[in-house]
Structures are given as structure tokens and as C-alpha cells.
Design a binder for this molecule. Sequence first.
Ligand code: UDP
Ligand code: MG
Length: 311
Amino acid sequence: MKTVSMIVPCFNEQESVPIYFKAITKVFEDPQMKDYTLELWFIDDGSSDATLNELKTLNAQHPETAHYISFSRNFGKESAILAGLEAATGEIVGLMDVDLQDPPELLPKMLRELHTGEYDAIGTRRVGREGEPAFRSFLSNMFYKLINKISKVEIVPNARDYRVMTRKVVNAVLNLPERNRFSKGIFSWVGFKTKYLDFENRERVAGNTSWSIWQLFEYSLEAIIDFSTAPLAIASFIGIFACVVSVIAVIFIIIRTLFFGATTAGWPSLAAIILFIGGIQLFCLGILGNYVGRIYSESKHRPVYVVSEKK
Ligand code: UDP
Ligand code: MG
């Protein structure tokens, strides 16, 4: 018998929770899954609806299977994942969304792949992004291209958080002390052999996605800053480039003055250049500031989440 701990972050998911529970338990009732026991860790990420009540009901009915951790406020999905990884007791640990966008039917196949012993983790990738605004898909494709160019850690395009992994991988992930956590990067940073299975994109069963374009942008920025120092190099490059241009300009001005005499004209272009350089300086300071901000927030050593209830 192997225990499979599934970590399920929930943020305002009162409708999805019971539907999800039915679907996942059904998968584990199948005879081919008889070697596995399910342990669920629902993380209520500061929901303002009845999600916690739903989780309490499940826990009361199935105290062995359905556990929950409730956060004191919304800390974000990454914090929920960490809380789950810390609480999970299984030899196999998985991550899964509660909205059934991660198909439970795929789980037996994922566990079979893991069971072969050839891989330490089985991830998933969704193909097709129907039901998603074209602009959003475009932005997300751009993001994957960019991050894989500038980061040494490979971020698999369209990979979901939906995955199962062995205890070995979980322990490695838990060993990373950082507070700003970008899971997709962390799982790839720790290494180990991972196989990706594809599945068709599907719509959520209930509720709405809680990600706005702006949040996705911030999430991308976090990924870039956590896993790449390329923006710092770009800032230096822009600085050097501006210096070279200004040296060339000075030489040009000296030669022109020597051969054609001094002119007083040209102050508008001068003003424009000053503005331009000022802008570049602020831009580079901004990049630097983002990294310093990260260092500041890491150095405060605040916990990643605060638990109000656990069962
Ligand atoms: N989620 C969370 N905290 C948040 C936002 C989302 O725990 O602050 C959970 C949410 O309940 C769901 C999963 O993370 O189980 C994925 O969220 P969502 O479906 O909104 O994202 P999408 O599938 O659109 O990427
Ligand atoms: Mg979803």
C-alpha cells in the first residue's frame, strides 16, 4: 500500500470542492488503484466564501482522507503549495487544482508511469487553449519564450502545476529556503527525471479563474526575477551603450567645432538627450530596485503563510 498525498489549493471554490472530491475518490475506487491510498490536503487560501465550511464537512465525513489547512488570509497559490508539501505524509505527493481543469482520470496513468521507477516525477502539459482569450495565450507564449531565453532553469511551456512526485523530490523542494516561490521554476531547479504527459485543455467546473492579466504579469515578473539575472545584465548593457554613444557624440562635436567654429544652436537636441539618458537611468534603477526589493523581502524571514486551522 502506498499513500498518495494530493495537495489541492482552494481559493473561493465552494462549488468546486464537493464536485472535485467525488471525482477524485471515484478514481481511487477503481480496482487498478487498489495499491494506493488517497490522502487529500485541501489548502483554503483565505477564501471569503463557504469553501472552509465545505472542507470541514468533508473532513467530518472522511477524517482519514480529507484534511485541510486554512490560511489566516489569502497568501497565493504558491504559499498553498508549500503548506501542502510540508503537511503531506505520502511516499508519493501530487499537486492538483480543485476546478477539475486538471483531469483526475489522468492520475492512474501518471501513477503507473511513476511506478515504473524510470522517473522521479510525472508532470502534465496542456495542449490547446480553447476557451481562453487569444490575447492571454499570446502573452503566455511570449512569457515562456522570454524566460527560457534568459534563465538557466528550463520552464516547460504550458506545463501545469498538476504533477505527482516521489518523496525524494518533495524533500529536495522543501530544502529550498526561499520565500518568494515560483513552483514551476523550483521543480525544474531541483532536477530529477520528469516525464510530461499531455492533456486537452478544459474549462473549470464552477466558479471563475482568480487570475487577472495584471496578476499574471506580476507572476511572470516574479518568475523572471527569481530565476534569472539577465535584466541586470541588460541594464549594464544599456549603460555601456549610452556611454559609447555619448563619447562618439563628444568626438563629433569637438571635430565640428575645430573645423566649422562654435555654434549655439542645438539646445533642443541636448534637452532631448538629457531626458533620454535620465529615462534610461531610471529604468535601470527600477530593474535594480526589483532585485533589491526581493533581497529585502527574503531577508525579513517572514513565514510564507499563516495557518489559522489545520485538521
Ligand atoms: N488558487 C489559490 N490561491 C489563489 C488563487 C488561486 O489557492 O490566490 C487556487 C484555485 O482555487 C485553483 C488553483 O489555485 O484551485 C488554480 O487557480 P485558477 O483556476 O483560478 O487558475 P487557472 O486555472 O485559471 O490558471
Ligand atoms: Mg483553473
